[in-house]
Every structure is written in C-alpha cells, then in structure tokens.
Ligand binder design. Structure first.
Ligand SMILES: Cc1cc2nc3c(=O)[nH]c(=O)nc-3n(C[C@H](O)[C@H](O)[C@H](O)COP(=O)(O)OP(=O)(O)OC[C@H]3O[C@@H](n4cnc5c(N)ncnc54)[C@H](O)[C@@H]3O)c2cc1C
Length: 236
C-alpha cells in the first residue's frame, strides 16, 4: 500500500513508524474487537501515558487510510498492548474484525501527549463514548484516587459491552445518543458544576465534542489548561 501526503507530513513532524503484529483476537459480544499486539519496539521507543493513541495505516482498496486508536494496558516489559475497536461500518473496524494472528499493520506515533495535572485535580469530569471508552478507562486507572463524574454516550445497548474501570467514587451516567449527539451536550451542560477546580476531558463525536467544549470554555470560563478535548470520530 502506498503512503500518502499525510505520512510525509507526519514524518516531517517527527512521527515514528512501527510494524505491529497481531498476537490474539477476541470479539466482545460482537460490538468490540479486542486485539493483542506486539508493538515492534513502539513502547520501548516512545514510552507510555494515559490516553496514549497511535495512528494505524489501513489499506482501503490500495489507498492509505489513517485512523487513531488508543493503547490499552501497554506493557513496556513485553512490548505488548491491546487495542479495542468499537465496531461500525468503517475500514478500520472491518480490518479489526477480520484480523488474524500473525497479521501486521503499520503504525505512526505522532501527536499523542497527555499528563494528569500535578498536583492532582480535586475532581475529574470525563465525557466519552464507545470510541473513547479505552481512553476513559486509562484515565480512571491513572487517576484512580480522584473523584470523577463520567458521562458516556451509547448508540445502542451493545456499546456497554466493554467493561468500564469505574470505582465507588466514580459517578457514571450512560446517555443514549439522540438528536445527533445534542442530547449528550444538553445532559452534560446541565449537570456539570458551574464552579470548582476540576479537570475536564471530552472526547466523543466531533460536533458533540465542540458543543460541550464551547459550553465549558465560553459559558463556564474553564481555562485551556484545565480542559482536554478532541473529536474522536465524525458522523457522516
Ligand atoms: C485520539 C483518538 C483515539 C481513538 N481511539 C479509539 C479506540 O481506541 N477505539 C475505537 O473504537 N475508536 C477510537 N477512535 C475513533 C476511531 O479512530 C474512529 O471511529 C474512526 O473513524 C474509525 O475509522 P473507520 O475506518 O472504521 O471508519 P471511517 O471511515 O472513519 O467512517 C466510516 C463510517 O463509520 C462512521 N463511524 C466512524 N467511527 C464511528 C464510531 N466510533 N461510532 C459510530 N460510527 C462511526 C462514520 O461516521 C462513517 O459513516 C479514536 C479516535 C481518536 C481521534
């Protein structure tokens, strides 16, 4: 498969390339595909952080198709990590469903950076969905002692199939995807406290993410350094 202009730009920006190998594959109720991968030196070279994501290069009828996925339980001692693919009708999701032990895929590491604030925030506010559930889990693990409010949007019941790593002091609300995501925007904006020194992390569909981020920044006046937000996918 030919690489496209994106690959050249990423290389120029310091992107590092690796070849991943599928070690095992497991369907989670048909709604997620969980792959265990050998990172080909990725973890040893790049280190790890909560919410860390990589760019995978899929072959879409001979054209390069780059999509981001989140490392789950990266283990630098073995060089292995898991990826959890939410299943929908897309090239990346189809590849994951069909992947077999021994298959390989190219990955580029460029752009992922995140640290929980130090000192730790007094509260976390996390907003995600099926695509960002692996990242939400990594935050719940990393900030295990920090009280958190978590809103998770789901398009159908099957999207709850992946275990959420919530503890007793994590307050979780599942929100059905309605009105093209506006229901999540309204729910979160109505529930999030108007004062306090928490840290906000928002990653769901692009327009939904923008709607929530706008409220946090413009209405509540949350500073940039207390907010991380990124659209994880785009509704067609
Ligand atoms: C930093 C980052 C980390 C991510 N980590 C993960 C992860 O760990 N696991 C994961 O599953 N996803 C993750 N995503 C989201 C994933 O990259 C997108 O869902 C991507 O669009 C999937 O590519 P595709 O080729 O399957 O579908 P595309 O070709 O992008 O889209 C095909 C069709 O599917 C729809 N679609 C795409 N994604 C979704 C979705 N999530 N839900 C419903 N419909 C969708 C599109 O609207 C379109 O109609 C991450 C995204 C980012 C930015």
């Amino acid at each position: 498969m030919k690489r496209n202009w994106e690959a050249l730009v990423l290389k120029a920006m310091g992107g590092r390339d690796f070849q991943l190998t599928v070690l095992s594959t497991e369907s989670i109720d048909g709604h997620y595909q969980r792959l265990l991968l050998d990172g080909g030196g990725l973890l040893e070279t790049c280190g790890v952080h909560p919410t860390m994501w990589i760019r995978l290069w899929f072959d879409n009828d001979g054209r390069a198709h780059q999509r981001a996925y989140t490392l789950v339980d990266p283990d630098p001692t073995t060089g292995r990590f898991t990826l959890e693919f939410a299943i929908h009708d897309g090239c990346a999701a189809r590849w994951a469903t069909a992947a077999e032990v021994g298959d390989t895929i190219s990955a580029t590491v460029q752009g992922s950076a995140f640290e929980l604030p130090d000192p730790a925030p007094e509260h976390l506010y996390l907003v995600g969905d099926a695509a960002s559930l692996p990242a939400v889990n990594s935050l719940l693990d990393a900030g295990a002692d920090i009280p958190a409010a978590v809103w998770l949007e789901y398009a159908h019941e099957g999207e709850k199939a992946l275990a959420l790593r919530a503890r007793a002091h994590h307050d979780v609300t599942w929100v059905p995807r309605r009105d093209e995501g506006q229901h999540l925007v309204d729910t979160v904006c109505a529930a999030v406290p108007t004062t306090g020194a928490g840290h906000y992390w928002v990653a769901c569909e692009a327009a939904t993410t923008r709607g929530i981020t706008r409220h946090l920044r413009k209405t509540l006046g949350v500073d940039k350094d207390r907010l991380t937000s990124l659209g994880y996918w785009k509704a067609a």
